[in-house]
Ligand binder design. Structure first.
Ligand code: 5RP
Length: 228
């Protein structure tokens, strides 16, 4: 009898456990946000006594970490982190990612920038040739959303303000998210630089400057380790 293919959830759990190998004892680690990271936080319970604590990229992850008794440090009180572990919505062959599906992209970029190594944990569906099939999240100051949507339209993208319960979603930073579909991002660094300069854009969900150095990719035949 054939064994059934692992579900997406099982692939996420596999990579989450594999990421424990990158957690160095005695250190403070960076922890991202999302369903894959939630599984990583669950796995972290087994080794929580070996780390000093974490810097978290969202209120949601902070709550989960604290519920396990893991100390969460303010980013300002920690100079450098050895490793940042987070998921992605898409990752290309150069370790560039689209992130922000969980609306935590600004804090994710900050914690990633503060870390020596970004280890991305993702199931195989996230691996793409070219970024852009997943609608690109952009965190925007509310008074600039229409203007930013028009700027994306000039690039061929269709932007929509992300809603929650019928009203614009408000991020942990008190801003809104514009999700932009229809883009093909062939030059992630140039794209990130350009959009980051538009007035009102707090963070664009392209992670080219804060790209991953390692990706643990969950595939039906096991965890593949990609290095960039
Ligand atoms: C949150 C993110 C997540 O890493 C991304 O959305 C992937 O999430 P998931 O692990 O649930 O697939 O960027 O802002």
């Amino acid at each position: 009898m054939n064994t059934p293919a692992p579900t997406q959830d099982e692939l996420k759990a596999q990579v989450a456990r594999a990421a424990l190998a990158y957690v160095e004892p005695g250190t403070i680690i960076g922890v991202g946000t999302g369903s894959t990271v939630n599984k990583f936080i669950e796995a972290l319970a087994d080794v929580k006594g070996t780390i000093r604590g974490a810097v978290s990229s969202s209120n949601a992850s902070t709550e989960r970490l604290r519920a396990l008794g893991i100390e969460v440090f303010d980013c300002n009180d920690v100079e450098e982190l050895g490793v940042y572990i987070d998921g992605a919505d898409e990752i290309d062959g150069g370790g560039h990612m689209i992130k922000g599906g969980g609306a935590a992209l600004t804090r994710e970029k900050i914690v990633a920038a503060q870390s020596r190594r970004f280890v991305c944990i993702a199931d195989a569906s996230k691996r793409v040739q070219t970024l852009g099939a997943f609608a690109l999240p952009v965190e925007v100051v509310p008074m600039a959303t229409s203007r930013v949507i028009r700027q994306f339209a000039a690039l061929g993208g269709v932007g929509r303000v992300r809603l929650k319960d019928g009203a614009p979603l408000v991020t942990d930073n008190g801003q809104h998210i514009v999700d932009v579909s229809g883009l093909r991002i062939e030059q992630p660094r140039e794209f990130e630089l350009t959009v980051s300069q538009w007035p009102g854009v707090l963070t664009v969900g392209v992670f080219a400057f804060q790209r991953a150095q390692v990706c643990l990719l969950g595939t039906p035949s096991g965890v593949e380790t990609l290095t960039f």
